[in-house]
Design a protein around this ligand. Sequence first.
Ligand SMILES: [Zn+2]
Length: 123
Amino acid sequence: MTLSQAQIVELSECIARRLASLEDEIACRLGEKGAPLPRLGEMTGHGAAAGQTLLGDVDLTEALRGIDEWRELRAAQRRLEEGEYGRCIDCGVELPFEFLRDRPLAQRCVDCQWSPRRSRPAG
Ligand SMILES: [Zn+2]
């Protein structure tokens, strides 16, 4: 792999940070940590935007969406440990560091990501 040790460390820290904040978020939604909840008065100031979840209702759908990303982050962390990280899972090309730093969860190179290789001919 072409990533240097320092770059790997940086990426792994970036992923770890996202994991930590995501875990906080999920725990907060599920109320597991008993984390202090933001005051409702502060939230109403932002307007009743669609999708804004009011506390008191534990929104499992929202939480599960976070868990999906959490799983991907964990998988990326594992690939980092195994030295498999940063390689396109379709064509095997090594992804540039800048690309990975922007999107640590990327599993494909730009070509594979955007080429409609997997789409069905019908349609
Ligand atoms: Zn590729």
